[in-house]
Design a protein around this ligand. Sequence first.
Ligand SMILES: Cc1cc2nc3c(=O)[nH]c(=O)nc-3n(C[C@H](O)[C@H](O)[C@H](O)COP(=O)(O)OP(=O)(O)OC[C@H]3O[C@@H](n4cnc5c(N)ncnc54)[C@H](O)[C@@H]3O)c2cc1C
Length: 146
Amino acid sequence: MKKYDYLIVGAGLYGAIFAHEAKKRGKKCLVIDKRPHIAGNIYTENIEGINVHKYGAHIFHTSNKEVWEYINKFADFNNYINSPVAIYKNELYNMPFNMNTFNKLWGVKTPKEAKEKIEEERKNAQIGEPKNVEEQAISLVRKNNI
Ligand SMILES: Cc1cc2nc3c(=O)[nH]c(=O)nc-3n(C[C@H](O)[C@H](O)[C@H](O)COP(=O)(O)OP(=O)(O)OC[C@H]3O[C@@H](n4cnc5c(N)ncnc54)[C@H](O)[C@@H]3O)c2cc1C
């Protein structure tokens, strides 16, 4: 007699969601994991009341309303807004780039001025294989024609 319809290796997001959806459809699943806990890379350990991300910080982000409503059935989420900054030549800049960044970098005030300045930088940059993040960013601007 068949014991399980599916053997799912890995209790991370993928395995867990698959098992959940399969079970809803009447399938019997066995989920196994080599780690001693569920959740895969998004696992958090509660240390003195703080959920510590064991495998690196994770931020759940989606612009899909259906996905957001689906995932909220399983957990409570913090209202976290990711607003990283970068330090370049001892100055702080907003990441990802926005008009504040461009204004601090070049003194430009409008998207049109920023576009012109980016185009000027792009033309001046004679980059073959990027050697650092700065060159990589400039070459991506060139490749994607941003
Ligand atoms: C440091 C870091 C930061 C990240 N930050 C973000 C973020 O901010 N936002 C975001 O959306 N994504 C982020 N990700 C990506 C996110 O972790 C993954 O997309 C997501 O966890 C993938 O889920 P998964 O179920 O496919 O795999 P995993 O979470 O990796 O789960 C796979 C599971 O399978 C198990 N497994 C593997 N092989 C075997 C085996 N042979 N036998 C038994 N068990 C096995 C593993 O132990 C693991 O538990 C980040 C990843 C890392 C590493």
